[in-house]
Design a protein around this ligand. Structure first.
Ligand code: F3S
Length: 425
């Protein structure tokens, strides 16, 4: 049984209100299931609030009732005053401003509006992105966090050196209300050490290469902690690591990894393993890279209906690059081009003129959401092109579509010509 500190016991006893009491009830069950001995304080939560694509099963039209059902797991109507911690929110069920471009149902949009008002009232920050670290949520090394979103979790752990497990909607909301998270999993030093060694024998010097490496690593290591040892040293940037993290969390469930010389806890190979020997050693060479690429490309028809890029949400660097590629060009009349980013980065894209270029080309710069999580693909979509291994992994099963995977240039070429001409060089 988890041991409670005095403030935790007070919350559980209802001395700080019913909302915190319910949140502590959930957290105690969760901590016991995890075998956690105690809680640690957190002031950094990435919430999962505005993503409920099932309006037909939701009868209440009241923010408190909705949150009680979806986030506090009770039919009792519990009013929340104000959440305790700093927080950001994962994507919502639609672009909150351009929901009609997505052909989102009006009923679902109404639900989002109720949740939007509710969230603002109780102190939730409406970032609506899978990349909180791109919009001001940058925890420091060692900071205990409670983050949802599988692609953001390894970024938090392995790039920033902060600490989180992959939280669900309930546990994250409870953490935001109480400022507590069970001391378990990747909050504990020992669990963060490497288990599997991957010798990376090929160059990984662009975003697509990092997607491929991450997809291989996730598939090979599943829930373990891979240590990537780059034979040809290079320093990856945020766009590369963002893509890689989303890929490892798709083909597998990687939450923590090390890149020797890059991850804060892995200055050396020995440090990454804490002096232990790897349980498994793998080599990622040309053959593994080719096989990974082929696994991600399941389409047969070269004619493309939708080009979907920005999964995870594009960085400012990627928005600049895509605007340059589209400048003076036109999207093919039979193709839809959706580019996804965070609302806050779109504001900069607006100011920099990128949005104008993208719109003039006939593409849509979208925010807050993505078609994969909402299953809102444009009507009649059969073949999708993407530069995201995560999107390529899930789209066939979720959207019933065929997928081409390549780099940004190949995706823009497909959007303009209507045909896929990508290849692994
Ligand atoms: Fe983000 Fe949606 Fe991809 S949530 S990581 S754009 S599947």
């Amino acid at each position: 049984m988890v041991k409670l500190a005095r403030d935790e016991q007070e919350m559980l006893d209802g001395k700080q209100g019913r909302a915190k009491q319910r949140a502590m009830e959930l957290l105690v069950q969760y901590a016991d299931a995890l075998g956690a001995e105690r809680f640690v304080d957190t002031n950094n939560v990435h919430l999962f609030v505005g993503f409920h694509p099932y309006p037909e099963v939701v009868t209440p039209r009241d923010g408190d009732e909705l949150a009680s059902k979806f986030l506090l797991d009770t039919d009792e109507r519990i009013e929340v005053d104000y959440v305790k911690t700093f927080n950001t929110t994962h994507i919502w069920a639609m672009d909150l401003d351009r929901w009609q471009v997505m052909e989102a149902p009006r009923e679902l949009h109404e639900l989002m509006e109720i949740l939007r008002e509710y969230s603002i009232r109780i102190g939730i920050s409406l970032t609506a992105t899978c990349t909180p670290y791109q919009v001001g949520n940058v925890p420091t090394r060692g900071e205990h966090c409670a983050w949802t979103e599988s692609s953001a979790v390894p970024f938090c752990n392995a790039v920033l050196g902060a600490r989180t497990n992959t939280e669900g909607a309930h546990s994250a909301f409870a953490a935001a209300l109480t400022g507590k998270v069970p001391l378990s999993g990747f909050h504990i030093d020992e669990n963060r050490l490497g288990t599997h060694l991957i010798n990376v024998e090929v160059d990984v010097n662009n975003v697509m290469e990092w997607y491929l490496l991450g997809y291989y690593g996730g598939e090979a290591c599943q829930l373990a902690v891979p240590v990537y040892n780059l034979v040809h040293k290079m320093v990856p940037n945020i766009s590369m690591l963002k893509g890689m993290n989303s890929a490892e969390a798709s083909s597998g469930g990687i939450m923590m990894y090390h890149i020797v010389g890059i991850t804060p806890e892995a200055p050396t190979l020995d440090a990454a393993f804490g002096g232990r020997k790897p349980q498994v050693t793998l080599n990622y060479g040309k053959a593994e890279r080719r096989k990974t690429y082929e696994n991600l490309n399941c389409a047969k028809d070269e004619k493309v209906d939708l080009v979907n890029i920005g999964c995870p949400h594009y960085s400012l660097e990627q928005l600049r690059d895509v605007a340059k590629l589209l400048d003076g060009r036109k999207v093919h009349e039979n193709v839809t081009l959706w580019i996804w980013t965070a609302y806050q980065l779109k504001a900069i894209a607006d100011r920099n003129g990128y949005t104008d270029i993208i719109t003039k080309a006939g593409a849509h710069l979208m925010t807050d959401s993505c078609p994969l999580n909402t299953n809102l693909f444009p009507g009649g979509t059969k073949v999708v092109a993407t530069d995201s291994a995560k999107h390529a992994h899930y789209a066939p099963a979720i959207g019933g579509v065929e997928v081409w995977f390549g780099n940004m240039e190949e995706c823009i070429d497909a959007a303009v010509t209507g045909k896929w001409r990508g290849e692994l060089k």
